[in-house]
Every structure is written in C-alpha cells, then in structure tokens.
Design a protein. Structure first.
Length: 190
C-alpha cells in the first residue's frame, strides 16, 4: 500500500511539474540567482500557501527544457505515464535525455519511470545525474529516499529525506516519512 501511495504521489508530482510546459514556449528565466532567491524564500517562509506557490514556480523553471521538440516529447512521455504505458514513456524519455543531456528534469522524469517499473538501479543512476545538474532538486532527493526504502536501506532513506527537507521544509509527506523512519531507527547510529 505504501508503495502504491508513493507511486501515485510521484505521478501526481509529474503532472504538476509538467502541467506548466504542455505548450512549448519560450524558456522561463531560470538563472541561478533567481532560483537562489526562490530557494531561500522556500526555506524561510512560514506560510504553507506561499511555500506551495514558490515550489510551483521552482518546478515551472525546472520544467522548461528550452527546446520545443524536447518539451513536446516530454509532454508525450507524461501522457504515457498517466495512461500507464511506462514502456512508451521510457522510450520517449530515452530520446529526451539524449537530446537534452544537460536538462535535469528529463533525467528526473526518466528516474521516475524506472522507479515505477521497479528498476531501482537505473533510477539511482538517473537521480545521480539529476543531482549533478541540480543539487537542490528536492523531488529527486525525495524519490531517492523512496528508492532506498524499497531497497530496505532505512538509514540512507532517512538521509535522503532529510536532505530534501533541508531544501524544502514544506514537503509534508516527506516529513511524515522522515519522522516515521527516525522513530523506527531510534538508537541505531546513522
């Protein structure tokens, strides 16, 4: 049941992150300094509503590949995921990462598809690439934690969840999973 809920959450996050880019268009100004400002506000705002808006803005920036063909293929891949056709989604995302190897979100989406297909090793490789390109990708870190849970490495899962929460302390589901793990691991050195 927990895996099903995590999978549903990942697919919903995919939809939310890609809903802004279904129409290919000009790239959103995603400069490092504007993202730096957004991340600072995300970490410090006490308002849950403001945090949600900031997170949506960050995801919107991440969702922009800068290429109309890549955006169109990504939209097609997300539609395939929603239809349950992970094979088609994976084939499309293989083309996306080949065409845009410097775009973190392409790797993140492919990691998500690998996760949904229980291909944890491949998902880990793609998440490593995401984090090399965008070390603040709290969604990839949360996904990493969920993969470690599937692999029964609770200490590594907790570290990944805590890293995600350090970037975005408003991830309530991740906080709940982190708290559960912390209680379960009480007394076990991390």
């Amino acid at each position: 049941m927990r895996r099903l809920l995590a999978s549903i959450a990942l697919v919903l996050l995919l939809g939310a992150s890609m809903s802004c880019s279904t129409e290919p268009g000009p790239r959103v100004d995603g400069t490092r300094s504007s993202l730096d400002t957004l991340f600072q506000r995300l970490r410090t705002t006490p308002s849950g509503e403001e945090a949600r808006m900031i997170e949506i803005t960050i995801r919107h920036v991440w969702a922009q590949s800068g290429s109309r063909p890549v955006d169109a293929m990504t939209t097609s891949a997300v539609e395939a995921i929603h239809a349950g056709d992970t094979a088609a989604a994976l084939a499309t995302l293989d083309r996306v990462v080949a065409m845009a190897p410097g775009w973190a979100e392409g790797w993140n989406l492919r990691a998500t598809v690998h996760y949904l297909r229980d291909e944890y090793g491949e998902a880990l490789i793609d998440i490593e690439r995401v984090l090399a390109l965008e070390p603040r990708h709290f969604g990839a870190l949360a996904g990493l934690g969920r993969i470690f849970l599937e692999l029964e490495d609770k200490q590594a899962a907790l570290k990944a969840f805590e890293a995600a929460l350090a970037l975005n302390p408003h991830l309530d589901d991740v906080r709940e999973e982190s708290n559960d793990l912390r209680e379960e691991l009480a007394g076990v050195p991390i």
